[in-house]
Design a protein around this ligand. Structure first.
Ligand code: AMP
Ligand code: ZN
Length: 114
């Protein structure tokens, strides 16, 4: 999508601190980290929100989550854990309308969210 900042990151036309890339996904550090480790994993395909995902996206969604956890493990958080978050639309606090999984790690997280 032409006006989407995460599509531009996926294409490489906007810079990011990428930590992983394959034919379907990109992972990069969040610009405004909320934990010692905070990165985002996105599909290269533009899907605005998790609620816009289609049945045909099931394999991609599985890969998105699997990659998020394996990157967290690779970065050393397998024992201590991490928070995996998908914000959706206004009430979910979504600000960038391209599906992304937040991975936050390196400190204990509060629950419930504010
Ligand atoms: P959300 O509120 O779930 O939509 O999260 C969007 C996240 O994207 C926020 O944590 C922002 O800090 C992050 N963000 C926005 N623009 C960029 C960018 N250019 N590079 C990296 N992270 C970004
Ligand atoms: Zn997009």
């Amino acid at each position: 999508m032409s006006n989407c900042i995460f599509c531009k990151i996926a294409e490489g036309t906007i810079p990011s601190k990428k930590i992983y890339e394959d034919e379907d996904l990109v992972a990069f550090h969040d610009l405004n980290p909320q934990a010692p480790a905070h990165f985002l994993v996105i599909p290269k395909k533009h899907i605005s929100t998790i609620m816009d995902a289609q049945q045909s996206d099931i394999q991609l969604l599985g890969k998105l989550l699997y990659t998020a956890q394996s990157l967290a493990a690779k970065l050393g958080y397998e024992q201590t854990g991490a928070r995996f978050v998908i914000n959706c639309k206004d009430d979910g606090g979504q600000t960038v309308h391209h599906l992304h999984v937040h991975v936050l790690a390196g400190r204990a997280m509060d629950w419930p969210p504010g």
